[in-house]
Design a binder for this molecule. Structure first.
Ligand code: HEC
Length: 450
């Protein structure tokens, strides 16, 4: 009960502080502008100092109550508190001296007025910073650079997207900036320490900080989601969390609040995905293998070595680093394949269909490490040759229609990590074989014609 009364009186402080400011300014004006100071004027000035002192003392007392709610940082309060107290002390002394008819020289009077004016400015400025946030005074001036409020979380080679996590990379930095000064090992207001994941989840004196899967049962979310005037709103001073930060916090708790949810999970959720892409400049689109590949340009002199009567080629991308290559003659030889060795890593798509390719020739393909699409249909290939394709980790499309492979090759396919699509029409693979393969490898599409 009493603590509530103190809390109420504390909340009157921001209102009451305007009284001493008004009284003292009025007193200054009388002192400066009324040149002829008869006893009545002097009486008014003395009374002015008295009311400045009295209202200042009450405001300071209520300010003390507010400060002891622990809603503000000690370091934040310090200057405000001591300059306020100095103001009250000086006002009291000046009133007393005037009351006792002490003679003020003009110089002394001006000196006192100036000192007190400075104290009022300092006190109210630091008080303003506590209620309106740091930098409030100048932030609306046209030449002051506005903070864009756009964070940049760049995914690059050293920091690929899948190694960024929602909690570590998006939520914790916000808590650190806006909450942890009051909720750490030393200052554990409300019994809540947010420095470690475990203690954040556990919460403070009033139970769970975070209820996984339920934002509206989670004290952390509830407190930042209150209206800013609510006495329980967090943070009680300093910059509040903004809409995006609250939305991400909500998403994280709703999705289980696990420590290691990778950012790429945002992909599946359109509402949050747009927000994250926009605000954090992240590109969440899934990249194909070729898009992530960084190869140099294919050297011209190496391309010239290709026999133009037998090979047709084009670049797949503007970087001129990846090739789509097609064999156009009737019969391919081992030497033709060897002529590709120099540019082996640049071949992304390869079409060697219907050119009398043999099983043995397939042993040569391990040099084509970046092959993603391979067309070798209509050749007399058997399971023996398919074994050589096992190493092509990035291959995702394979066309084998019209070859002589059987169910034995299915085993090889299921070991090829990148495979997404196989054309098996008109081969010796059985319908049953395909059925059981599909149930074991649902991600791989098999095309068997009609
Ligand atoms: C300036 C200090 C300060 C800052 C900054 C601050 N808090 Fe608090 N917090 C307190 C105080 C004091 C209490 C205890 C009084 C109360 O419950 O309101 C508290 C209590 C809480 C509680 C209730 C704990 C319990 O179980 O009773 C939660 C939850 C909380 N804060 C969350 C936050 C979050 C989230 C942030 C950052 C967005 C934050 N706080 C920033 C001072 C602060």
């Amino acid at each position: 009960m009493t603590s509530e009364i103190f809390e109420f009186l504390g909340s009157l402080h921001p209102l009451l502080v305007h009284l001493p400011i008004g009284f003292i300014l009025l007193t200054f004006l009388v002192d400066i502008f009324i040149k002829k100071k008869n006893n009545a004027v002097k009486g008014v000035i003395t009374l002015g100092w008295f009311f400045s002192f009295l209202s200042g003392a009450i405001a300071t007392l209520f300010g003390w109550f507010l400060g002891s709610n622990n809603y503000y940082f000690e370091s934040q309060i310090d200057i405000h508190k001591w300059s306020g107290i100095a103001f009250v002390g000086i006002a009291f002394i000046i009133w007393l001296l005037r009351f006792l008819n002490f003679h003020f020289s003009r110089f002394f009077s001006r000196f006192i007025n100036l000192t007190v004016l400075i104290l009022v400015l300092v006190t109210s400025h630091y008080g303003g910073e506590m209620t309106h946030g740091k930098g409030y005074l100048l932030k609306n001036l046209p030449y002051v650079k506005k903070e864009l409020n756009q964070k940049i979380l760049l995914a690059d080679k050293d920091n690929p997207l899948d190694s960024l996590y929602v909690y570590e990379d998006m939520i914790y930095p916000v808590l650190e900036e806006k909450c942890i000064a009051c909720h750490n090992q030393n200052n554990t207001y409300g019994g809540l320490n947010m420095t470690a994941y475990e203690s954040l989840i556990k919460g403070g004196n009033n139970g769970a900080g975070i209820m996984k899967g339920n934002p509206y049962q989670s004290a952390i979310f509830k407190r930042v989601n209150l209206s800013q005037n609510h006495p329980k709103f967090m943070p009680p001073s300093g910059t509040p969390m903004n809409y995006d930060e609250v939305a991400i916090l909500h998403w994280w708790i709703d999705n289980g609040a696990k420590r290691k949810i990778p950012l790429v999970k945002f992909r599946n959720d359109n509402s949050i995905r747009k927000l994250v892409e926009e605000k954090y400049q992240l590109d969440l689109k899934e990249k194909s293998y070729l898009e992530t590949l960084k190869l140099s340009v294919v050297p011209d002199e190496k391309l010239k070595l290709l026999n133009e009567e037998k090979f047709q080629w084009r670049f797949l991308t503007n970087e001129n680093s990846l090739l789509d290559l097609k064999f156009t003659a009737k019969k391919i030889s081992v030497n033709d394949l060897k002529s590709l060795d120099q540019i082996g890593e640049h071949i992304a798509w390869l079409n060697l269909s219907d050119c009398q390719l043999t099983d043995d020739m397939l042993s040569h393909f391990s040099k084509f490490t970046n092959l993603t699409r391979l067309r070798i249909q209509k050749n007399r290939l058997t399971d023996k040759g398919i074994k050589f394709l096992n190493d092509l980790e990035n291959l995702n499309e394979l066309n084998l229609y019209g070859t002589r492979i059987t169910d034995a090759s299915l085993e090889v396919f299921s070991q090829m990590k990148g495979l997404k699509k196989i054309f098996l029409w008109n081969t010796r693979v059985s319908a049953n074989g395909i059925k059981s393969f599909k149930s074991l490898n649902p991600a791989i599409e098999i095309i068997t014609g009609l």
